[in-house]
Design a binder for this molecule. Sequence first.
Ligand SMILES: Nc1ncnc2c1ncn2[C@@H]1O[C@H](COP(=O)(O)OP(=O)(O)O)[C@@H](O)[C@H]1O
Ligand SMILES: [Mg+2]
Length: 602
Amino acid sequence: MDVKNRLEMVTRLVNHQVEILELGNKIQNQIKGDFDKSQREYFLRQQLTAITEELGEGEDEGKVEVEEYRSKLEAMDLPEEARKEAERELSRLARMHPSSAEYTVASTYLDWITSLPWNIRTEDNLDIKRARKILDEDHYGLEKAKRRVIEYLAVRKLKPDTKGPILCFAGPPGTGKTSLGASIARALGRKFIRISLGGVRDEAEIRGHRRTYVGALPGRIIQGLRRAESKNPVFMLDEIDKLGSDFRGDPSSALLEVLDPQQNHTFVDHYLDVSFDLSEVMFITTANILETIPPALLDRLEVIELPGYTLDEKLKIAERYLIPRQVIENGLNPGQIRFTKAAKKEIISSYTREAGVRNLEREIANVCRGVASSVASGEITKAVIGVKNLYKYLGPPKVVSEIGTRISKPGVVIGLAWTPVGGELLFIEATAMKGNKELILTGQLGDVMKESAMAALSFMRSNAEAVGVDRDFYEKMDIHIHVPAGAIQKDGPSAGVAILTALASLLTQRPIKKDLAMTGEITLRGAVLPVGGIKDKVLAAHRWGIKTVILPKWNKKDLDDVPKDVQKDIRFHFVDEMMDVIKLALSSKRVNVTSGAVIEGS
Ligand SMILES: Nc1ncnc2c1ncn2[C@@H]1O[C@H](COP(=O)(O)OP(=O)(O)O)[C@@H](O)[C@H]1O
Ligand SMILES: [Mg+2]
């Protein structure tokens, strides 16, 4: 009953209640605030629509647009099916409010319909002489491809409704595949459209998304035709070998339909949902390699190979096309810069090493830019580019010929490899050390190549004496085979002959003859089997200045495809027996591997 205590307790209770009430009040206020705001917004919106309706503004805007589409559609020459669909969409549009989302969807659709070249075509120029002249103007050489194009024109001229085959230009990068397509369009007087299929994985990229998707668009074929503004352009499907496929569907099956002359007059894009006639389009495809093209697709294509250029051809391409173009592109006039022949050759062989001419053009551009900047700054008025000033513009040579230094020791052989960017030299090195019958294989070799190495070793062991090696050589020895240029995965059976020769060279201590390269598969019994890519491989050997090439006998016919001026620079040996390879490849000198001293021998 103590008054002080009781008052203290009352104060505490009252304070507690006050706090609860204050908090409740705060929350109440907050909620009311939120509610007021949304209500305010709602009222405002209601008023806004009421006002625009009252003024009839939005409607009018929509009406004008609808009328525009209507008159456009009337003026157009549309197929019946497309007209029906467009008119249906148009009447839907007329009933919609311009600010609604569906309105935009419908008007986008009508935009597409009204801007496609349903019945617009360019007149073909079938003057064959003129076409030939244009093709020659744009590209040097490429005889086979040009002849095929001219034949195509000739047939078109005689029989206008022929469905031509679909050409596929195949070859390493920079050999003129894409630009040849553009040139064909120019020769025919058609529009040129190019789409790159590299990395396309989604069927919808070819065929479009259904209109029900948010942000749906037609596929690339229809998009290309809209850009072409003509229904008969030359349509290049670039890099068809890089087409992917995954869970989003298989774009190659859509392409099959696009490229099939029996079906493509009724090609249906999912977005348009009506058929578009693709039968007058001239499709051309390009690829680096044919292996990754889906077989059904490849079956439709007529492959024309563009295998890469010889040194001579590159020189002519540089003189007639690349240099004049780069001179102008870099703001110089032809009198201000001159390349000596030696300098051109030097750029080709010491600054680039490629099947095509893309890097060559880049290096020429570098020189032109350097000269342009000196001319612009008033240092010089004109420049003559000789071998000596290349260093100034391009730096030290980028490609050093290592052949001489690398293969002077026994156990090193040059193989010829095939890659998607053309042929390449493959150095194969073998070495032996004290050990315990182990075979070490390095250089990112694939399984097939590893097996070739094992087969080669077994052959050496079973034929040691015939090759001239101690029969028990492997007893206290480890052998290591390495294929440098390390980061690149290497596989395939075609290095077999080279691996076996490397082993024979190592074990007999006889180095390989100078400037010699080889390719071929081996069997356990030492037979040499044919391999692919001969033309690319021989061109690569020629680029590197190889003088002698050993090839499987069965590949002899493949030499027909190799240009004559390359053939005359190289001596070919055709073999079907490993013993013959060893006889041909090993020099008679013996070099002691450890001391490097030359031991005169057999
Ligand atoms: N035979 C040739 N004659 C003239 N220029 C060529 C020739 N081959 C290639 N080029 C040029 O080389 C460059 C690369 O060609 P491009 O068509 O892009 O090669 P790809 O598509 O085969 O990779 C282009 O500038 C092209 O004009
Ligand atoms: Mg290309």
